[in-house]
Design a protein around this ligand. Structure first.
Ligand code: FES
Ligand code: FES
Length: 172
């Protein structure tokens, strides 16, 4: 029997925390995290664009860091915490970045939007949203074919500014 046929039928057990919920899964060693999310777990908010690490449509948060899920094998996620666009809203309320994208008209077709928002969540956490130039630079891995870039930067700047505000006020 050829080696690839054996690999094709094997599965490997992993445990992950997915959108705050502990999950025990059996995954194929050749399945990408993106395919695990979209096809096996039916979390289709995460989008497949290039499938080659070049468009950012598949961006999710792994242990709080933004990662292109098409470049990650599912088996490598054992013990990790993964957040997709489906996990950002809490207590029946959209995440502030989701609200800001709506307010600022920051999407047209919406295909790139989940990846843009996941990336923006980490960008703000990283402290890399202090100016429009910095936001543009650090969001450059997320492509938007509709060209909604100006409004995407507006939305991120808005949320980053609001999060800095209490710190500034406390210091005054
Ligand atoms: S689908 Fe992963 S970067 Fe394009
Ligand atoms: S809103 Fe269409 S690709 Fe970005």
């Amino acid at each position: 029997m050829p080696a690839h046929a054996i690999v094709g039928t094997q599965t490997v057990p992993i445990e992950i925390t997915l959108n705050g919920e502990r999950r025990s899964l059996e995954v194929s060693p050749v399945t990408s995290l993106l395919d695990l999310l979209r096809h096996d777990l039916e979390l289709t908010g995460t989008k497949k664009g290039c499938d080659h690490g070049q468009c950012g449509a598949c961006t999710v948060l792994i242990d709080g860091r933004r990662i292109n899920s098409c470049l990650q094998l599912a088996v490598m996620q054992d013990g990790k915490s993964i957040t997709t666009i489906e996990g950002l809203a809490a207590d029946g309320r959209l995440h502030p970045l989701q609200e800001a994208f709506i307010e600022h008209d920051a999407f047209q077709c919406g295909y790139c939007t989940p990846g843009q928002i996941c990336s923006a969540v980490a960008l703000i956490e990283e402290g890399h949203a202090t100016s429009r130039e910095e936001i543009r630079e650090f969001m450059s891995g997320n492509l938007c074919r509709c060209g909604a870039y100006t409004n995407i930067v507006d939305a991120i700047e808005d949320v980053a500014g609001r999060q800095r505000q209490p710190v500034r006020e406390a210091a005054e």
